[in-house]
Design a protein around this ligand. Structure first.
Ligand code: 6GU
Length: 273
């Protein structure tokens, strides 16, 4: 997979040399190119922003540097044999970045990221490139960052670990909390390793019982417990057909009940933890 990142802070992308993404690069599984947007400015101050039409606070990133940067990036990529580019525009107004979108992006051969600072990029840049390639405007969560560079790191790490051969074990992401079909989309429960007792905290007995059925059941119950506490929306979204008898018991203990006549589960009001 080829990745291009155009940014006014190329040094912000240094973490792409480290850990899983760095190793994928070193192995030739990821071909990463980081570009300084200011290369495509021609005034003394290397200006990339200007005041917004219609007034309002902040500054807007100008069309011309982005246009030249993307034209050059596309030309260089095609010259190097890359194909099928998509533009990924990090913005708090984008669609939510999910594991499903990470899987979709991991299936593309070439991602071009345009992290912005200030109040964002002049709309016409996205409109222009949308005539040539898919454009994904993506948000990584309901909070506001000062710029899109951190989002590029997040998206790249989520995508890179899905590429064939990047994680050691092909089954490693089958159980990811948000993998399609994982535990009916429950969060993963707690994990433990040696020693068996640490500062008076023992590991759960069942994990050393050698009883695989009981261990699987315990893990699923813990997954329900954690999901109910941290992400009740995921349980409400579940198809109850995915729940067996013991799941229903566990949910009932956790204060959930089937909606009268409905297929959805809701937290019962007024039940103490
Ligand atoms: Cl992708 N960019 C910025 N600036 N803020 C964000 C974001 C992206 N996702 C959530 N907040």
């Amino acid at each position: 997979m080829r990745l291009d990142v155009v940014t006014i802070f190329p040094e912000y992308l240094e973490p792409l040399n480290v850990s899983l993404v760095g190793k994928a690069r070193a192995r030739g599984q990821l071909d990463v190119h980081v570009h300084d947007l200011r290369q495509w400015t021609y005034d003394r101050h290397n200006t990339v922003d200007d005041t917004p039409y219609g007034g309002g606070p902040g500054m807007v990133m100008k069309t011309e540097p982005w246009g030249e940067a993307l034209d050059q990036t596309l030309a260089d990529g095609y010259d190097a044999g890359a194909q099928g580019p998509v533009l990924v525009v990090p913005t708090p107004s984008g669609r939510p970045f999910t594991q499903e979108l990470a899987v979709e992006l991991s299936e593309r051969p070439w991602l071009i990221f345009t992290p912005a600072r200030y109040e964002g990029i002049d709309r016409r840049v996205m409109d222009e490139y949308a005539t040539r390639m898919p454009v994904y405007e993506v948000s990584i969560g309901d909070y506001v960052l000062a710029g899109g560079e951190a989002a590029v790191l997040v998206i790249t790490e989520a995508v890179a670990r899905l590429l064939p051969g990047v994680l050691g074990n092909a089954e490693s992401h089958r159980d990811d909390s948000f993998a399609p079909g994982a535990m009916a989309n429950l969060l993963e429960g707690p994990v433990y390793t040696k020693p068996p007792v640490w500062r008076g905290h023992a590991i759960p007995e069942v994990l050393v019982s050698g009883h695989h059925g009981k261990i699987a059941r315990w893990r699923r119950d813990e997954a329900f417990r954690r999901t109910a506490a941290n992400r009740p929306d995921l349980i409400e979204r579940c198809d109850p057909a995915a729940f067996d008898k013991k799941d229903r018991e566990t949910l009932s203990i956790l204060g959930w009940a089937p909606e009268p006549g409905g297929r959805f589960w809701r937290r019962v009001e007024g039940v103490e933890e």
